[in-house]
Write a protein that binds this ligand. Sequence first.
Ligand code: GLU
Length: 469
Amino acid sequence: MTVRVRFAPSPTGMFHVGGARSALQNWIYAKQQGGVFVLRIEDTDAARNKPEWTEGILSALDWIGISRGSYEGPHFQSENAGEHRAAAARLYESGRAYYCDCTREDVQARTGSQYQGYDGYHRDRGLGPGPGHALRFRTPDEGATVVVDLIRGEPTFENKLIEDFVIARGDGSPVFLLANVVDDMTMGITHVIRAEEHLPNTPKQQLLWDALGVKPPIWAHVPVVVNEKRQKLSKRRDKVALEAYREEGYLPGAMRNYLMLLGWAPSGDREIVPWSVIEEEFRLEEVNPSPAFFDEKKLRAFNGDYIRALPVDEFIDACQPWLTGTGTIAPPPWQPEEFDADAFAAVAPLAQTRITVLSEIVPNVDFLFLASPLIDEAAWAKTMKEGSAELLDDAVAAFEALESWDAESLKSTLEAVGAERGLKLGKTQAPVRVAVTGRTVGLPLFESLEVLGRERALTRMRAARLRLV
Ligand code: GLU
């Protein structure tokens, strides 16, 4: 039997990190089993679907390493609508489903405070199809439905507690529960690996598999992803869109490594491991069923490690979208013609050890490409104190006299200027840094001055001095 798994997102919004995690787990499982990964876009909720969300899913998957052309699909649920209707008809004809025209209020009026879902009123009343008649599945009165789940063992559901649920609406359209089963069936899916949120649907869906006469798949419900308050990650409250992480400058390698740690860990005391190790060592059966904490701080630290591990030329390439403002990434504050690739290459190794997401490259290097620095006024006010004007005068004079404009000479020169005033280097540097870069923190000052060049550095220091009159 060839293993066939599927990832079945609904194109109703940005691509959720939890979805990316499930996709990767499906992807690895298929690879390990010599199986097939199928992408199915569940696009039957016409009111909420938008084609651009589908494109977003494809490009997010691509970014995370599940590249177009390397999987089966995308198939679209809407293309299978005829099969969904045919399955509903089969269930009706075989007596496994029946029509019902009760509203929720009708049922409540009958059951009062005992209300626990649908009461089976139409089970044996022989109502035929018609406008407003929903089709309900006749759940067994006895026995239990045992779900075989690779992560959760064998969750067992008493059939008598499962209400006769709707499988097609009053307008005849099949609901998600049924469409999802029929698609898995027609696509020959053997393993359904999906989020824990769907577990309550599973006994109902398994009953549908049984009623349609096909052996159900093996299930694996992967843990829900939660924030630091143990709340399910939600798009209203948390940063959940994979696209948002991409735009902030997370590396796909860091992201997918981190996502795979949600509920699982590689051997040894390791967290950052090559993807090949994850592909080899990951075991779906070992995934912890408890909610998995999505720790953005940890992810960020991870990303910093991944950035530092890049060869510098790859780091330079990886920064390009932020340096030029490509795609959906905001343009930098400088004009394209102001950008100087050589100057950037000179400071790139210094920046690489300092930033944790690639978008941070912009405030670190903007001073190099702008005609005058973007002055952070709060930093200015905090730094420019009594004596700063004179200090800048002395520094300008000393720098003007320098024969060689290199980091080492600049450092020893400024050190001497500070020493005359009994100041340590840190204190002496601060006004110079703000004058030249506009900020109190950034790349090492003397290397920055060297790359910026004598002319521009001195012009900025003089301009700052004038502001202090
Ligand atoms: N379309 C469903 C969702 O996005 C997936 C259902 C499933 O994986 O079975 O939640």
